[in-house]
Design a binder for this molecule. Structure first.
Ligand code: PMP
Length: 342
């Protein structure tokens, strides 16, 4: 087994009782190609190493365990959340392993594949119409509220207001980065969705470094965090049209707005040049990190968080036609993923 090294922080343990134990402790990997000519070190915190494939495993396990402690979630209880994405996967895994029923309410625009993933883990999924306003009784917000009220023993984690969301990052992501860099990190860059990642990790890194570490948020152009009004953008999982309670406005030193085109272009480069197949929000964060690197020196160490893997985006970001339809390929031949082999 000489060729196998331990996953950082797991010591000599070879057998785990549950996948839950493998949540967090993700690796830090140096970006070597997309950083050509950049004097600073740029290190990627690769969150697809979590069992559910994303950073959201961290908050799923923490929110559930805190609710168990507070008595909000009791044996035989049901977890109800309006989510179709990465948080759903994390919650489904933890719920299954701990023996809770899990019920997700999703709008009908959600890709069938995402619903299939949740059902594969044993979660139940209720699909609601997209074409109704949020306060309509059939909207997915209303339906999830009603189910949480009516089902006995139901508990709604609510990742947009649950303090365990940022706290999980304060207690895990932040300390991991500090230890992995032996306190040499100078900048932390992450996308902002609920704001949990940047608020919790950022607060920890600021506190532990006495304010030395700079915290930089990456945001899709049009989202409120970078001064937009909620204009539509295509990068998934980041940006908001409202200000969630989980976002701490005092943490970021700077917010960098990134276009869809640049985010997706970098996402494709990360796969092709760094062998990192990640989602569009990871590409977006790297664009921001490289912007930060423009003014950073050789002693600077920039850590950028890559929230999830790229397999969920094969028909979009990694599909030439989809990219071309939106005008994201400058010249199709130049950036196409299809290589002419003859
Ligand atoms: N990227 C992706 C793909 C996500 O699912 C999320 C979570 N919404 C984020 C980034 C942003 O993380 P946070 O909610 O902690 O701000």
């Amino acid at each position: 087994m000489d060729n196998f090294s331990d996953k950082g922080g797991k010591g000599a343990v070879r057998i785990h009782d549950s996948l839950i134990e493998l949540m967090g402790d993700t690796p830090l990997v140096r970006l070597r190609k997309v950083t050509t000519g950049v004097p600073a070190q740029v290190l990627a915190k690769v969150e697809y190493f979590n069992p559910g494939g994303s950073v959201k495993d961290r908050i799923a396990v923490r929110m559930i365990e805190a609710a168990e402690k507070s008595g909000e979630l009791r044996p035989g209880g049901t977890i109800v959340e309006p989510t179709s994405g990465n948080t759903g996967v994390g919650l489904a895994i933890v719920a299954q392993q701990k023996g809770y029923r899990c019920l997700f309410v999703v709008p009908d625009k959600v890709a069938q594949d995402k619903i299939s993933v949740l059902r594969a883990y044993g979660a139940e999924v209720v699909v609601c119409p997209t074409a109704v306003p949020p306060d309509h009784p059939d909207s997915y917000y209303s339906v999830s509220d009603r189910l949480a009220r009516e089902i006995p023993g139901a508990w709604k984690p609510d990742q947009y207001s649950n303090p365990e969301n940022p706290r999980s990052h304060y207690e895990t992501t932040g300390p991991e980065i500090w230890e992995q860099t032996e306190g040499r990190v100078t900048h932390f860059v992450a996308g902002i969705g609920t704001g949990g990642t940047i608020s919790g990790t950022g607060r920890y890194l600021k506190e532990v470094s006495g304010g030395r570490v700079k915290i930089i948020g990456a945001d899709p152009e049009g989202s409120v965090y970078s001064g937009g009004s909620g204009r539509p953008y295509l990068v998934e999982g980041v940006g908001e049209d409202i200000w969630p309670a989980t976002y701490d406005k005092t943490i970021c030193d700077e917010i960098i707005a990134v276009s869809d085109k640049d985010s997706f272009g970098m996402t494709r480069r990360l796969a092709r040049e760094e062998a990192l197949l990640v989602g569009g929000s990871g590409g977006m964060a790297v664009v921001a990190a490289l912007k930060v690197a423009e003014t950073a020196g050789p002693d600077d160490m920039i850590v950028v968080l890559l929230p999830d893997g790229g397999r969920g985006y094969l028909s979009k970001i990694f599909n030439d036609e989809w990219m071309a339809d939106y005008g994201f390929l400058t010249t199709a031949g130049e950036e196409s993923l299809v290589r002419d082999v003859l």
